[in-house]
Structure formats: structure tokens, C-alpha cells
Design a protein around this ligand. Structure first.
Ligand SMILES: NC(=O)C1=CN([C@@H]2O[C@H](COP(=O)(O)OP(=O)(O)OC[C@H]3O[C@@H](n4cnc5c(N)ncnc54)[C@H](OP(=O)(O)O)[C@@H]3O)[C@@H](O)[C@H]2O)C=CC1
Ligand SMILES: O=C1CO[C@H](CO)[C@@H](O)[C@@H]1O
Length: 374
């Protein structure tokens, strides 16, 4: 075989990264890009040397495309992914999988019936950083993992995104926009979620675009722009997560897993690599003697990989007949958990999570993104 043909639908801000990485992998080749804005599709095709461009329908009709990468905004995710499935294509979609459980469940059902696969961002889970941290936890470095703490707080993406309205609309806000990184990581480590309780708030009813041709335009904030979630996992483990687009103090990427024999500080779950540190318990302090807390670095490969890794894993997993890591089922459970948290914030009651997900596989040992394997 040779590289698998890929078509990208939606070529906005994040498409450059995907186009660069999918071109760098020997096992994937982008054959066509499509967008509502044809001129944007043409510009991206020319910039990245993609041989064809057009509308979404042109991507779906392309005979060489086996996998569609859906980089549209959340409100379009289900419609675009379902159309790709109907065209017989596998789908990698940006997060979240959809806006609601019914649409997302229908997508998974139709993909199953059509014999095609769905993969859902984030694929940072497949990065060498998270993979190494997970292997360390599974090897028992911190003993039995007990609970987790995660923090994501920024001033919000309206500061830099040229069309940020979708990031404050249904299907986004810090919970559904950034939550997938943190909750996919936690679910990979602790398994399925049993229930969630959350409190949310909005700093402002409207926000302003700060950059690009529409700078100065106001848009509505539809969902909480700050939310705090307490999560109970089926395993009995728990997590506390802050997600905010309202903080002047930029602090994000905090994922701490506390266990019976120490704490593991993980890399930012929105990055593919980063610091992993093991913090030992202080032990018994005698006679008022002070002990300093020791941080032990856990080294890992720091391959220059990024978004697109999930789509690459999908095409290899299909060829090898194994499950891919960032599956549609994981994306569905994450969506279910996040919507449950949103409902809890709206109603003030703890919300049980109905769905569950099979244990998330690790990448095969020695997975080399740049190798030609097909
Ligand atoms: N920006 C970032 O840093 C990152 C974003 N993501 C995720 O990637 C996705 C896209 O984000 P981003 O690139 O920022 O968004 P943008 O708004 O910059 O780009 C989205 C593109 O999709 C097009 N589009 C929307 N609906 C359709 C449709 N039905 N058919 C074809 N094209 C469509 C838009 O066209 P038009 O503008 O004309 O409507 C636009 O060109 C989101 O799910 C986001 O969560 C993930 C990681 C990082
Ligand atoms: O990684 C990211 C950077 O910020 C964007 C806006 O909040 C997110 O959509 C994206 O997932």
C-alpha cells in the first residue's frame, strides 16, 4: 500500500498545523481541501501544495479520499461527519464530537452500519508526553492513583482568534472547547465517569473580537465562561477541574495525579510533550526537621509531532486491524460527561453520566509517526 488519501473540510485557523503535519507523515497524503469559503480553500491548497480544493461536497466526491478530517466549527461537526460517513469515508473530527448526545450517537451508529471508523480529537493523548506519563502511572510510580486536579484559566480566545464567536456558543465555552483535553486525559487514566457536579458563571453577556477584519464586533456569550467541575469516576477515583475564559492570570495545562505513593505532574494535555515530574511523599518528619520536596523528572522521547497524529493512528489501526486510540466512543463519552457538567451547572444538581467507554488503548510501543508503514 502507500499513503492514505485524506480530504480536509474546514480550513480555518487550525488547518495550517494539520496540513503541515499530515504532509510530514509518510502514511498520509492530503489530496483535497474544502470550505464554505472557496477562496480560503484555494489559498490553503496553494500554500500547502494540496492538488485540489473546492466545497465540502468536492472533498466527499473525491475518489482517492479514504479519510475525511473535519476541522469545521462545533455546530457543523455532526452534519459534516455524517455526510462523510454517507460517502463511505472514515472520519477524524476536531472536538467536540458534536453539540448533543442524539446527533453524536446517530453519527456513531451510522458509521458502524457503514463499516467506517470515527476518530475524535484531542490527539494530544497520543503524544509522547501523555503516553509516557500514562505508562509511568501504570507501572506503579505513584502507587494507586487516588484523585486528580486540573486547571485551565486564561483571558479567553477572543483575545487572539479572528472569529471567536463559536468559542462562546453552544458546543464550546471553556468546558466543551478545552474540557476535551483534560477529560480525555482523565478518562484514559481513571476510566469511565459515573457522575459530575458543576458550578458555572459568565463574566459578561457579550464579548468583542480583538483581531482580524471583524475586530470591534460584539458577539453573545451563550454558555458559562467559567466552570468548576467535580467528577466521580466509576472506579471510585475523583477529579476537580477549573475551566475559565475569565482569568487575568494565565495558568493552564495543570494536570496532577495524586496516588498512595506520590504525585505525578503531567504535561499540558493540549500539548504533545512536556515536563513529567514525580513528587515523592515527604515521609516522617522528626524533631521538627525540615525536608524539601523532591521533584524527579521522568524523561520521554520528544518527537516533533502535533495535531494529525490521531488521524495517522486511525489509518494505521485500520490497516493493522487494531482499535485506534482517540475513538469516536471516547469522544462520545467525553461529550456526555461535559454536557452533564453543563447541565449540573444549569440545574444545581449532580448529574449521573449514562454512557461509559472501554479502556482507552495505549499506542503500540515504538510507534514512529514518520515511518512509512503502509
Ligand atoms: N484554533 C485553534 O487553535 C484550534 C481549534 N481546534 C478545533 O478546530 C475546529 C476549528 O477551529 P478553528 O480552525 O479555530 O475555526 P475557524 O472558524 O478558524 O475555521 C473553521 C472553518 O470551517 C469552515 N466551515 C464551517 N462550517 C463548515 C461547513 N459546514 N462546511 C465546510 N466548511 C465549514 C469555516 O468557514 P466560515 O468561516 O466561512 O464559516 C472556517 O473556514 C474547532 O472544532 C476547534 O475546537 C482545535 C485545536 C486548536
Ligand atoms: O488548542 C486550542 C487553542 O485554543 C482554541 C480556542 O480556545 C481551542 O479551540 C483549541 O482547542
Amino acid at each position: 500500500m502507500s499513503a492514505v488519501g485524506i480530504g480536509i473540510i474546514g480550513v480555518g485557523v487550525i488547518s495550517d498545523t494539520y496540513l503541515e503535519n499530515l504532509a510530514a507523515f509518510a502514511d498520509t497524503e492530503v489530496l483535497i481541501v474544502g470550505d464554505l469559503d472557496r477562496a480560503r480553500a484555494q489559498a490553503q491548497a496553494e500554500k500547502h501544495g494540496v492538488p485540489a480544493f473546492g466545497a465540502a461536497s468536492d472533498v466527499l466526491a473525491h475518489p482517492g479520499v479514504d479519510l475525511v478530517v473535519n476541522l469545521t466549527i462545533p455546530a457543523a461537526h455532526i452534519e459534516v461527519s455524517r455526510a462523510a460517513v454517507a460517502a463511505g469515508k472514515h472520519v477524524w473530527t476536531e472536538k467536540p464530537l458534536g453539540l448533543d448526545r442524539d446527533g453524536a450517537a446517530l453519527l456513531l451508529h451510522e458509521a458502524d452500519a457503514a463499516g467506517v471508523r470515527i476518530g475524535s480529537a484531542p490527539d494530544t493523548l497520543l503524544g509522547p508526553g501523555f503516553q509516557a506519563a500514562r505508562r509511568a502511572i501504570e507501572a506503579g510510580v505513584i502507587g494507586r492513583p487516588l484523585f486528580a486536579q486540573t486547571v485551565f484559566q486564561t483571558q479567553g480566545p477572543d483575545l487572539w482568534h479572528p472569529s471567536p464567536a463559536f468559542l462562546f456558543a453552544q458546543g464550546a465555552g471553556p468546558l466543551l472547547d478545552m474540557g476535551p483535553y483534560y477529560f480525555s486525559a482523565l478518562i484514559s487514566l481513571f476510566g469511565s465517569v459515573d457522575r459530575v457536579a458543576a458550578v458555572g458563571s459568565k463574566a459578561r453577556e457579550q464579548r468583542e473580537i480583538h483581531t482580524g477584519p471583524n475586530a470591534g464586533t460584539l458577539f453573545p456569550v451563550e454558555v458559562p465562561s467559567t466552570i468548576q467541575v467535580v467528577t466521580a469516576f466509576e472506579s471510585g477515583q475523583s477529579a476537580q477541574s477549573l475551566l475559565s475564559f475569565d482569568s487575568a492570570l494565565e495558568r493552564h495545562g495543570v494536570v496532577e495525579i495524586h496516588g498512595t505513593d506520590g504525585t505525578l505532574v503531567l504535561p499540558d494535555p493540549n500539548q504533545f510533550a512536556g515536563r513529567i515530574a514525580y513528587v515523592k511523599p515527604l515521609g516522617v518528619l522528626r524533631d521538627g526537621m525540615k525536608t524539601t520536596q523532591e521533584w524527579i523528572e521522568i524523561e520521554h522521547a520528544d518527537l516533533a509531532v502535533g495535531r494529525g497524529l490521531g488521524a495517522l493512528d486511525m489509518v494505521r489501526a485500520i490497516a493493522e486491524g487494531r482499535p485506534h486510540v482517540a475513538s469516536g466512543e471516547l469522544g462520545f463519552h467525553v461529550l456526555d460527561v461535559l454536557l452533564s457538567a453543563q447541565e449540573s451547572a444549569a440545574t444545581g444538581v449532580t448529574v449521573p453520566v449514562a454512557s461509559s467507554v472501554a479502556p482507552v488503548p495505549l499506542l503500540p510501543e515504538g510507534f514512529d509517526p514518520f515511518a512509512a508503514t503502509l
